[in-house]
Design a protein around this ligand. Structure first.
Ligand code: ZN
Length: 318
């Protein structure tokens, strides 16, 4: 009887212990695999600074591992985003809106920056009308730079056809201005600051003088990533907002991180960072509505995605 009782007791202990051991193993496995690697593409511009800062600040985050992938141009970066080779990118919001319009399921979750663009002209140009008949470069038709140019022309009573608008890769713009093949340009930074630092160009307008609360770059995520990896997406975007605030309140760190990722000289960087802000990266319905109005007015798109379909503001901590 006693022997039988011990046998039953042993069996009970074993059956109780077995699921416990299994659960602990599973727990350990879960911990080992929950550090989600998130692939984010970027271009080496000051407009991408919060994601550089986040990658540095979160390098020991147990939940996410941010893998930054550098691209050389917007079309290459958008191709990687649109074909799902990456989870997200810091991209021109207008390019992401166009992709969404064409059926790619993307969501804009935060801004890359606020303000931070300038209209650069050669030293002989003193007002918009002086640009009549001259060549002016933008990086892409689908860009805030194109909108800023069109707004400037509008304000001066001029139209697109009054000058020769050309698309150039951003790094070529300062030298094109210096050699006289263009008379002005508007592009992501630090390429505007470079012409000013070299003395070959000057600022005709700051973006906020032409378009209050302008929208330019955005943290854009594939919606499948948000749906399938919701905890990682939440962590990424919350920490992204924090990184923006961190560099806004810490100029030395802002400069150090920018120098590390952009490799530009201090004079250019100092100038460029004076023009830009990262403290509030929320995309509001009001600012998005002003963007869609301009996108329609200047012919970038007649059917831009709605705020409800394209923007997911909920992941960013306010
Ligand atoms: Zn930008």
């Amino acid at each position: 009887m006693k022997k039988g009782f011990i046998g039953v007791l042993l069996l009970v202990v074993l059956t109780m212990a077995a699921p416990c051991a299994g659960k602990n193993d599973a727990g350990r496995q879960e911990n080992a695999i929950t550090r989600e690697t998130i692939k984010i593409a970027y271009l080496p511009i000051t407009h991408s600074l919060p994601i550089f800062a986040e990658a540095e600040l979160q390098k020991d985050n147990p939940a996410i591992n941010i893998e930054l992938i550098k691209y050389g141009s917007w079309p290459e970066l958008m191709d990687a985003l649109n074909t799902g080779r990456i989870d997200g990118a810091i991209a021109l919001i207008q390019l992401a809106m166009k992709a969404k319009e064409q059926g790619i399921d993307l969501k804009a979750v935060a801004l890359g920056h606020t303000d931070g663009n300038v209209i650069i002209v050669n030293n002989n140009i003193n007002r918009t009308a002086d640009l009549k008949g001259k060549a002016f470069a933008i990086p892409h038709r689908q860009s805030s730079h194109h909108i800023l140019l069109r707004q400037m022309l509008d304000n001066a009573g001029m139209v697109e056809q009054d000058l020769n608008i050309v698309e150039l890769p951003p790094p070529e713009m300062p030298s094109a201005l210096a050699n006289g093949s263009i008379s002005g340009y508007c592009v992501a930074e630090p390429f505007g600051a470079r012409a000013v630092a070299l003395g070959t160009g000057k600022v005709l307008y700051y973006s906020e003088e032409l378009w209050d609360h302008s929208l330019c770059c955005s943290l854009v995520l594939n919606n499948s990533f948000i749906k399938n990896k919701s905890a990682a997406a939440q962590e990424l975007v919350s920490r992204y907002g924090e990184a923006g605030k961190y560099i806004s309140g810490n100029r030395d760190e802002e400069e150090r991180i920018a120098a590390e990722y952009l490799g530009v000289d201090k004079k250019v960087l100092d100038l460029s960072l004076q023009w830009i802000s990262y403290s509030n990266l929320e995309i509001t319905a009001e600012t998005y509505s002003s963007l869609t109005d301009k996108v329609k007015r200047y012919g970038l798109s007649q059917n831009p995605p709605t705020y409800e379909n394209f923007v997911n503001p909920a992941l960013l901590d306010k």
